[in-house]
Design a binder for this molecule. Structure first.
Ligand code: NAG
Ligand code: NAG
Ligand code: NAG
Length: 515
C-alpha cells in the first residue's frame, strides 16, 4: 500500500513527533535520573480535573486511526511514543476490508442524544448498585452452567430458579436503523447474552419513556412475526432463560433482568440497517410490547453475546463473527463499535485465546495470569485466577477480582499512593483518596497479563473512578469469595481497542483505539 512518498511522509511525521515528545519529556530533566525513569515507565501523570467529565461533547473522529494528526490533536495525555508507533502500524490501514462502524457514547453523557432532562442520570452510587446486580446475575448464571467443582455446584443449588437468568443493562449506546422506511433507534449495547429488542407500538400496559419515537411494526413494510412453530422460536428458551409463549400463533418472548427490569413482546423479523452498505433483511429481534426498567431513555438493547440469536451469530456470513469496540475515556468523548470480516492483523493488537472454561456459555472467557502495578508483578498464585476464571464484559462497570487477587492489588496500589490522603470509600469501592489539594497526581500503571503472552496496559482513564475530586477511588472490587468468576469490566477497557474474533477463538487488545 505504502508508496515511497507516503513512507517518506510517515517518516517525516514520526521525526517531528519524536522531536516534540523529546521536548515535552525534558520537563522531567530536573528530577534525579532514577526517579525520572521510574516515573516515565511505571507511573501515569494524571490531571485531577480530567477525573470529572466535561459537560460538553468532544467527539472522536470515527476513523481516529486514519488521521494521525487529528488523533494526536485530541490526545490529552503525554503518551507520545506509544501513539507514534501505533499510528505507523495503522491497524485500520485496510481499505479493501469492508466494515461497518457505529459511534459509541455513554448513554448519560453530553454526546448522547438520550441526555435530556426528561431522563435523570443516575448517581455514581446508583450506577454501582446496578453494577452489583449485574455481577450477581453473571455469577448466578455462570455457577449454574459451570458446576466445575463441588463448591460451585453446591452454591448453584442455593440460587432461586429465576434470579439472575439474564443481566441488566450497560452504559454505552449505539444508533442503528430498523424497518422500512428505516427508523433510527438508540440501543444500549453490550457483550451480554439473550436477544436484541426494542420497545414496539402499541405498548400493552407499560412501556418506559424513551427519547426517540417508539418503533411501530405496522408502519414498516418489512416486519413479520415469527410463528410459534418456527425453530428459532424454540431457541428463545436457551437465549433468554424463559420458555417462549404463543399468542394467536405468534411467538412471544420474555426476558427478566436481575434488577427487576423486563421486556416481553412478539418475536419478529425485520430489516436491520447498521450503515447504508450493511443491511440485514431478516434480523430476529424482540418487538417489546411490555417493558419496564432502567434503560435511561434508550429504545432497547443490542446484544453481542455468543448465543445463536445474538447479532454476532445472525451476521456470521457477512462478518464471520468478528467485531471490535473502543469505549471512550470519559462520558464526554465517543468511541466506536465496528463489525468487519477479518480480525486485525496489526502487531499493535495482541490476541489471547478465549478460555475453555466458558466455551459453552454466552460469555467471553479469558485466562488471566497476573496483574502488574507500577511495573511490579503482584505475587498472586496463578491458581487464584484459574480457580475462579475470568470473563470480559462490556456491560460490567468495575472489574471484579477473586478476593485474594484484589487484596494484593489494593495493597500494592496503596503503597504507591502513600503520599496522597486516604478518605472513606463509597458503594463497592474501598480505596479512595481526597485529591482536592492537587492539580496533578502520579498514579501507578496497571497491566493485566493474559495467556498467549499478552500484557494489556490499562489506559490512565481505566484505573480510577471519581465520585468527586475529594473522593477518587481505585476502580476495582473484590468478589465476596475466591471462587466466583472474575470480570474484566468497562472502566478498565476504556480507550482499548478490543477485538472479538469469535470464529478464531480469541480476543485482542490494542492501545488508544479512541479518545
Ligand atoms: C403479529 O402478531 C400479533 C399477534 O398475533 C398480531 O396482533 C399482529 O398484527 C401481527 N403482526 C403482523 C405484522 O403480522
Ligand atoms: C463444552 O461442550 C462440549 C460438547 O458438548 C464438551 O465436549 C466440552 O467438554 C464442554 N466444555 C466444558 C468446559 O464444559
Ligand atoms: C480466600 O483464600 C485465602 C487463602 O488463599 C483465605 O485466607 C481467605 O479466607 C479466602 N477468602 C474467602 C472469602 O474464602
Amino acid at each position: 500500500m505504502a508508496t515511497p512518498t507516503t513512507s517518506f511522509l510517515r517518516f517525516l511525521f514520526l521525526s517531528v513527533l519524536v522531536f516534540l515528545c523529546t521536548l515535552d519529556n525534558l520537563g522531567f530533566a530536573l528530577q534525579p535520573r532514577e526517579l525520572e525513569s521510574e516515573h516515565l515507565t511505571h507511573m501515569h501523570t494524571l490531571n485531577v480535573n480530567s477525573l470529572i467529565p466535561s459537560t460538553t461533547c468532544s467527539p472522536s473522529t470515527k476513523e481516529s486511526f486514519d488521521d494521525p494528526s487529528n488523533h494526536y490533536g485530541n490526545e490529552p495525555n503525554y503518551a507520545c511514543p506509544i501513539q507514534i508507533s501505533f499510528f505507523l502500524d495503522g491497524w485500520k490501514d485496510k481499505s479493501s476490508n469492508k466494515r461497518a462502524s457505529l459511534t459509541v457514547v455513554d448513554k448519560h453523557g453530553p454526546c448522547s442524544q438520550l441526555n435530556q432532562d426528561k431522563v435523570k442520570a443516575p448517581t455514581m452510587t446508583e450506577i454501582l448498585e446496578q453494577d452489583q446486580s449485574r455481577v450477581n446475575s453473571i455469577h448466578a448464571r455462570l455457577s449454574k452452567t459451570l458446576g466445575l467443582n463441588g463448591l460451585r455446584a453446591s452454591k448453584a443449588t442455593t440460587i432461586p430458579a429465576k434470579s439472575g437468568s439474564t443481566i441488566g443493562s450497560s452504559n454505552y449506546v449505539v444508533t442503528i436503523g430498523l424497518g422500512t422506511p428505516k427508523r433510527d433507534l438508540t440501543l444500549i449495547f453490550d457483550t451480554g447474552s439473550d436477544i436484541t429488542w426494542t420497545q414496539c407500538r402499541p405498548c400493552s400496559k407499560s412501556c418506559y419513556q424513551q427519547k426517540e419515537p417508539t418503533f411501530d411494526p405496522s408502519k414498516s413494510s418489512t416486519y413479520s412475526n415469527i410463528s410459534c412453530s418456527s425453530s428459532v422460536c424454540s431457541q428463545l428458551s436457551s437465549a433468554t432463560g424463559y420458555s417462549p409463549r404463543c399468542s394467536s400463533s405468534t411467538c412471544v418472548y420474555s426476558i427478566q433482568y436481575g434488577d427487576k427490569s423486563f421486556s416481553m413482546g412478539f418475536f419478529g423479523k425485520e430489516k436491520l440497517t447498521l450503515t447504508s452498505s450493511d443491511v440485514f433483511k431478516k434480523f430476529l429481534f424482540g418487538c417489546g410490547k411490555k417493558n419496564q426498567g432502567l434503560f435511561g431513555g434508550a429504545a432497547g438493547l443490542l446484544r453481542l453475546g455468543r448465543d445463536p440469536l445474538s447479532l454476532i451469530q445472525q451476521t456470521t456470513t457477512k462478518y464471520n463473527r468478528v467485531f471490535s469496540y473502543c469505549l471512550p475515556s470519559t462520558s464526554s468523548a465517543t468511541g466506536h463499535l465496528t463489525f468487519e470480516k477479518t480480525a486485525s492483523s496489526s502487531s499493535a493488537i495482541k490476541f489471547t485465546p478465549l478460555s475453555k472454561l466458558t466455551e459453552n456459555t454466552s460469555f467471553y472467557g479469558l485466562n488471566t495470569l497476573g496483574i502488574t502495578v507500577g511495573g511490579k508483578k503482584l505475587s498472586i498464585a496463578t491458581s487464584v485466577f484459574s480457580n475462579a476464571g475470568t470473563v470480559i464484559d462490556s456491560g460490567t462497570v468495575i472489574t471484579r477480582l477473586p478476593q485474594d487477587a484484589y487484596s494484593a492489588l489494593k495493597a500494592a496500589f496503596k503503597a504507591k499512593m502513600k503520599s496522597y490522603p486516604l478518605t472513606s470509600g463509597f458503594s463497592l469501592l474501598d480505596t479512595c483518596y481526597d485529591l482536592s489539594k492537587y492539580k496533578t497526581v502520579s498514579i501507578p500503571k496497571i497491566s493485566f497479563l493474559f495467556s498467549g503472552n499478552v500484557k494489556v496496559d490499562l489506559d490512565v482513564s481505566g484505573i480510577l473512578l471519581a465520585q468527586k475530586i475529594s473522593q477518587v477511588c481505585l476502580a476495582f472490587a473484590g468478589n465476596s469469595d475466591n471462587d466466583s468468576i472474575g470480570i474484566f469490566g468497562n472502566v478498565q477497557q476504556r480507550r482499548l481497542e478490543v477485538v472479538y474474533d469469535v470464529a478464531g477463538g480469541r480476543v485482542g487488545f490494542g492501545p488508544a483505539g479512541c479518545t
